[in-house]
Design a protein around this ligand. Structure first.
Ligand code: PLP
Length: 401
């Protein structure tokens, strides 16, 4: 059976060119970049070249890029590093209700350390309002952290405007751009971004490597202590294969960006339009236009996202659901709830995230099997008023309402 991967927001395959250069730096070129001999010098050079490639993708200077173990670490470093380094100035942080848990849980930790966090609401499209950000600012605000693009519903936030506001008020502005890098044009100067998180495995690079952009002059302290690697901000022997892999992935992303955006936008719109034409009782989640080029997130009424997911998997299609049932939690996605969806509608949501390897044939295949799966699930659904089962079994598909 053909297998189709529509879960690129979870992770992407490593580009073969990326894997090739990584192998070289795992086998022949294995020196520690801190060593003074030729083995060390060759890996040091590779690390610095990778730093330049990541910087170039963001319009940053190379010395404003620091390598980390991924998006989660970059987010934690941004929040905790800035909070602790600036606590004399103030203890207030502004973020949004739809951030990734790497941000939300780091904020909860900071609240326990005496910081106050404002979690801004979003509208029905998961969009935060610049006016709300403005109104939340107090004389104690030291940091605003708003994600660039949402990992579940794809909505792209008004980053430039929030950055401008932060700049005027002399407050640091961090953005979690894990989903946006490689999918959107990003220039940290044009967008007034002070600190940015990115991750290797979302841009056809390896897992367990990421980077943080920190504008020159931003006061931030390390959250881990050790040697003098990454100018003491992130000590520990560098993950050289990961770093060169990320550097290559960044290089490719820069070259292919326009092509990736147009390819993904085309497939995304084809998929959304096709689903809207073929299936009734659905709701597109996220902003209609201002969304990630490869993100499709739809709630299908009367069905469970999990059953949809399993049925798609049986047909060879890998997707993701908006509820967190598979991770052992009974709660639907905090993002969908923050957008005002009811628990029932949120539970019926499906995320299809497209990548550069996907084709029109993949989309057509999905448009062929999805309506069939839905028809079958809905005919059995106790949530569906037209279902035969509905009258006498209120909740057989889902035991946690
Ligand atoms: N932030 C966002 C928006 C994400 O989508 C992810 C990963 O899904 C992360 C942070 C965490 O990145 P990593 O998996 O590299 O730790």
């Amino acid at each position: 059976m053909e297998r189709i991967y529509f879960d690129h927001s979870a992770t992407t395959p490593v580009d073969r060119e990326v894997a090739k250069v990584m192998l070289e730096y795992m086998t022949e070129k294995f020196g520690n970049p801190s060593s003074v001999h030729s083995f060390g010098r060759e890996t040091r050079k590779a690390v610095e070249e990778a730093r330049s490639s990541v910087a170039a993708l963001l319009g940053a200077a190379a010395n404003e890029i620091f390598f980390t173990s991924g998006g989660t670490e970059s987010d934690n470093l941004a929040l905790k590093g800035i909070a602790f380094a600036n606590r004399k100035k103030g203890n207030h942080i502004i973020t949004t209700a739809v951030e990734h848990h790497a941000i939300l849980h780091a904020c909860e930790y900071l609240e326990k350390q005496g910081f106050t966090v404002t979690y801004l609401p979003v509208d029905e499209n998961a969009m935060v309002s610049v006016e709300d950000v403005k109104n939340a600012i107090t004389d104690k605000t030291i940091l605003i952290s708003v994600m660039f693009a949402n990992n579940e519903v794809g909505t792209i936030q008004p980053i430039k405007e929030i950055g401008q506001l932060a700049k005027e008020k002399k407050i640091y502005f961090h953005t979690d751009a894990v989903q946006a890098v490689g999918n959107c044009h990003i220039d940290v100067n044009e967008l007034n971004i002070d600190v940015l998180s990115l991750s290797g495995h979302k841009i056809y690079g390896p897992k367990g490597i990421g980077a943080i952009y920190i504008r020159k002059g931003v006061k931030i302290e390390s959250t881990q202590h050790g040697g003098s690697q990454e100018r003491k901000l992130r000590p520990g022997t560098e993950n050289v294969p990961g770093i060169v892999g990320l550097g290559k992935a960044a290089e490719l992303a820069k070259i292919e960006l326009d092509q990736r955006i147009s390819h993904l936008t085309n497939l995304r719109d084809k998929l959304i339009n096709g689903i809207q034409e073929k299936i009734s009782d659905i709701k597109l989640n996220g902003h209609k236009e201002i969304r990630l080029p490869g993100n499709v997130n739809i709630s299908f009424f009367y069905v469970e996202g999990e059953s949809l997911l399993l049925n798609l998997d049986l047909k060879g299609i890998a997707a993701s659901s908006g509820s967190a049932c598979t991770s052992g939690s009974l709660d639907p996605s905090h993002v969908l709830l923050a957008m005002g969806l009811t628990h029932e509608v949120a539970h019926g949501s499906l995320r299809l995230s497209l990548g550069r390897g996907n084709t029109e044939a993949d989309v057509n295949y999905c448009l062929e099997v999805l309506p069939q799966i839905l028809e079958r699930l809905r005919s059995m659904s106790p949530l569906n008023a037209n279902s035969k089962l509905a009258a006498n079994n209120p909740c057989s598909q889902c035991d946690h309402h």
